[in-house]
Design a protein around this ligand. Structure first.
Ligand SMILES: Nc1nc2c(c(=O)[nH]1)N[C@H]1C(S)=C(S)[C@@H](COP(=O)(O)O)O[C@H]1N2
Ligand SMILES: [Mo]
Length: 440
């Protein structure tokens, strides 16, 4: 785990060097020498609102080159431009950052609060006007190439709310520890995505009978600097790619996809490990075999096909590719560590999701899982979007409590209360989320 390094610059440093340039980079503010307030475009305003967690009625009156107060006083060594200062940075090259649960309270995750998982370095100087996407591979009749404008004009637009969770979310709790980003609970987000159905685009290339897998190649750069090395190239079986919810998206939450999240276009195959959702996608291949690109084979995004003892050595041939993510939930309110005056009722809420499935029931416990009570659970806005739940608890006396949350999917599978099956790379931890409350 690398911590803040010299070559990545913090917010304060950016502002000290050139406040107007910092404004432009972080908020996309266009300088205006006459008003001295510049012009905050809608995307920048949305970012700022996402970070501050509220509307900003006087946003257009805010002076140029000014760091909003909560960020100015946050004293963070390194803040990712466009991101909430409280995201935890797990690695800064490549950038990997996760979101604390209390910042994920919105039903639709704002861009500023969305985790970032990069395996390499994002492409530089992306120009959407000359970006192209090619559909090729062994199992197409003909290779086809689209510009972004063609994708937008030739295909029906679909907007769906879709969850994205990293396969390694929860890795930090495995013992013996697994190497990789030590995600706790925050590598999950559920924004809305707008784009074309992946299936509609793939069909233009005429999919051959022998097609089995669909995989992406992105424009990000390998950490080694070798331009011929592919950072990551993963995918999904054809049936998953052709689902109604699989998209080639060009917008997130109604705005252009932010650079860190794959601008100008990315794949979204929700419910499966986030690694199947290729960012900065340039080429999609339809394969006549299970895709074998970097991070498809060996131990990457694969788990032992049968349960193993913690710490066991497992041969690569005994690993299976992770498909749907397991049932899981998060408590987003209150924030863990709450001090509650008196034993009155406390409202609790959060989200629940279950990979390709829906969540059928949500329960919470204040007695370490000895008893559970049901919560109110909303249906998803559409398939593969997380669901909101709420409940309330009453504490019998003063003292330390934990609130545990447990979701059940529509096939009856429940989240485990303790760690699920250990695996060498620490994937698929869906143990119950818990928060601490002190009644004083
Ligand atoms: N081209 C490319 N696509 C990628 C990645 C990457 O490093 N390069 N990371 C993947 C992984 S492992 C995850 S979890 C998601 C993270 O998406 P986000 O950064 O938008 O949250 O993107 C996936 N798509
Ligand atoms: Mo991931």
């Amino acid at each position: 785990m690398k911590k803040s390094k010299k070559h990545e610059r913090g917010l304060h440093e950016l502002y000290r060097e050139d406040p107007l340039k910092a404004d432009r980079e972080i908020w996309g503010r266009i300088a205006d020498p006459i008003s001295r307030r510049g012009f905050l475009r809608k995307s920048g305003l949305l970012t700022m609102m996402g970070i501050l967690g509220a509307e900003i009625p006087f946003a257009q009156l805010m002076p140029e080159g000014l760091i909003p107060a909560p960020l100015a006083y946050a004293n963070e060594p390194f803040v990712i431009p466009g991101k909430h200062p409280e995201l935890s940075i797990l690695n800064d090259r490549p950038i990997n950052a996760e979101t604390p649960p209390h910042l994920l309270d919105d039903p639709i995750t704002p861009a500023a609060r969305m985790f970032v998982r990069n395996n390499g370095l994002p492409p530089e100087a992306v120009n959407p006007a000359n970006w192209t996407l090619t559909i090729g591979g062994e199992s197409v009749e003909r290779e086809v190439t689209f510009s972004l404008a063609e994708l937008k004009s030739e295909f029906k637009h679909h907007t769906l709310q879709l969850q994205l969770e990293c396969g390694g979310n929860g890795r930090s709790e495995f013992y013996p520890p697994a190497s990789g980003n030590q995600w706790t609970t925050g590598a999950i987000a559920c924004p809305t995505w707008t784009g074309a159905k992946l299936g509609d685009v793939l069909r233009v290339a005429d999919i051959r009978q022998d097609a089995v897998y669909v995989a992406y190649y992105g424009a990000d750069r390998h950490l080694s600097g070798d331009p011929d090395k592919t950072v990551i190239s993963r995918g999904v079986p054809l049936e998953k790619a052709l689902e109604n919810e699989s998209l080639i998206a060009w917008a997130m939450n109604g705005e252009d996809i932010p650079p860190l999240h794959g601008a100008p276009m990315r794949m979204v195959t929700a419910g499966w490990p986030g690694s199947t959702c290729g960012k900065w996608v340039k080429r999609i291949v339809i394969r006549n075999q299970v895709h074998d690109g970097p991070k498809m084979t060996g131990k990457s995004y694969r788990v032992p096909c049968n349960p193993v003892e913690p710490g066991a050595k497992v041969a690569d041939s005994d690993f299976c590719i992770i498909e749907s993510m397991p049932v899981k939930s998060l408590i987003t309110y209150p924030r863990s560590g709450l001090q509650l005056a008196g034993t009155k009722q406390l409202q609790v809420r959060g989200h629940a999701w279950a990979g390709d499935l829906a969540v059928k029931a949500m329960q919470i416990s204040i007695d370490f899982g000895a008893s559970w009570q049901s919560c109110e659970l909303k249906p998803a806005r559409n398939r593969l979007a997380w669901q909101q739940w709420r409940g309330s608890v009453q504490f019998p006396q003063k003292g330390y409590y934990e609130i545990w949350a447990r979701a059940t999917d529509d096939q009856g599978t429940r989240q485990p209360m303790v760690m699920p099956g250990w695996n060498p790379k620490g994937y698929l931890n869906n143990a119950c989320h818990r928060i601490a409350v002190k009644v004083v």
